[in-house]
Design a protein around this ligand. Sequence first.
Ligand SMILES: NC(=O)c1ccc[n+]([C@@H]2O[C@H](COP(=O)([O-])OP(=O)(O)OC[C@H]3O[C@@H](n4cnc5c(N)ncnc54)[C@H](O)[C@@H]3O)[C@@H](O)[C@H]2O)c1
Length: 376
Amino acid sequence: MTQAPVKIGIIGGGLMGREMASAFARWCALEEIGVTPVLTAVADLSEPVLAWFDRIPTVHLKTRDYRELLASSEVDVVYVALPHHLHAPVYTEVLRAGKDLFAEKPFGIDLAAAESIVSVITETGRFCRCSSEFPFLPGAQRALELARNGDLGRVLEIRSGFHHSSDLDSNKPANWKRLSHTCGEIGVMGDLGMHALHLPLRLGWKPTTVYAQLQKGVAERPNPDGTTTACDTWDNAALHTWTEARGHRAPMTLEMKRLSPGSTNSWFFEVLGTDGGVRFNTSDPKALWVFRRDKEQWWQRTDLGFGMPFKTITGGIFEPGFPDIMQQMWAAFLLERAGQLQGRFGCVTPEEALASHQLFAAALRSEASHSVERVN
Ligand SMILES: NC(=O)c1ccc[n+]([C@@H]2O[C@H](COP(=O)([O-])OP(=O)(O)OC[C@H]3O[C@@H](n4cnc5c(N)ncnc54)[C@H](O)[C@@H]3O)[C@@H](O)[C@H]2O)c1
């Protein structure tokens, strides 16, 4: 199959920027795919970060000024992975420069920022999607299919979330993700909330009301020079919502935690109904748990293999991991951009990202009022 090259520029080559470069570098793993990303340009303020990209031979432009990258005719699509306060200004510049955009979550520091990004997408007509990779795992895809079409009876409860524990260590230095002015007042919801909402929103399970329990953790963290920085973001969020699922009102709990003892990076999704149910958690990444009820009640565990939405050279019995789902997410982005998704699972749309911000804004109101708030 001919593979049309798509020239990619990255703005922000930190943790995520490098992860994406690595996904492109092993694109040969994908079968029957008509598009190939070619990383041509990188912009970052840090010289050591730019130097890391010397290992990618197709990168011709490395710059501290992202506007130089936007001016380059050697860039078709821009992936932006910057601190959250820079999302709206940089995303809108990317779109107005005539480039398509793969945007990192949370898609703006707050609801107003997300609204401004969506309005510039409409104004420019550029193609834009937002990053969320965990639903590309085989277990998540199977859970999605069961949630949509499985014999579940009436949906009784939905739980979706993301837990990690990297903030339990109070000696971990402060960074932009712990400060409201760079991470957002929404804190952990901006960090992890899009991951928790991608499947519910894709299923049409939009929250209508929310009662939020938000918690802060370590108030001060050390800097390398011996001083300390006040950390003011919410670290844990439990959002108790109502939604409409398969024709009935159902409670849906969305959990985002940076302080979850024992969790490294646990993304989970579960739906329980009167007749059936499904559970998937990346802490046991090959296991799909399916509930059924006949004379007795059963939780059945299936050992999953490499059943990815986009076919690869990897044998069906093997285990997928984080780098694989990053690559799958890019396959979805590039194929949808080329009009070739053909009904397969796609990345978060701008409308879904906006819906996540509407929920987070209502959650902040709920935390302040200690009451249930309507999500609009
Ligand atoms: N999808 C995921 O699983 C996932 C995981 C982690 C982070 N993220 C998201 O990715 C984004 C970036 O997070 P990260 O963890 O990669 O952050 P990071 O701090 O590791 O990287 C950010 C990079 O941006 C650079 N930068 C800052 N200001 C800049 C500017 N004006 N011009 C150019 N470069 C600039 C920094 O030098 C740094 O290298 C955030 O939106 C975050 O929420 C997504």
